[in-house]
Design a protein. Structure first.
Length: 93
């Protein structure tokens, strides 16, 4: 990918990418997910290697968040507001 396009899509460098990341994070929080949970280890080998290097507890917590999100999505429900706020402050503090 060209460096211009890469800098355009990087949330740390582009205010538009940052705005998109913030909006997406707000929607993901309704399911109890984090922005980093969207990375697919089968698509990118670097992500797969990073997940292999993480402690087992962190990978298990990620898998549980993904399972809970799929369950909530199938039920057409959202995570309760109090848990959304708790999880947000737990992960980002």
């Amino acid at each position: 990918m060209s460096s211009f396009l890469q800098s355009l899509l990087d949330p740390k460098k582009s205010w538009l990418a940052s705005l998109h990341m913030k909006a997406l994070t707000t929607r993901l929080r309704k399911y109890g997910l984090r922005y980093d949970d969207l990375y697919d280890p089968y698509y990118d080998l670097d992500i797969k290697e990073a997940l292999n290097r993480l402690p087992r507890e962190i990978v298990d917590a990620r898998n549980q968040r993904l399972k809970r999100a799929m369950d909530l999505s199938m039920k057409h429900e959202y995570l309760p507001e109090d848990l959304q706020v708790f999880l947000f402050f737990f992960f980002f503090s």
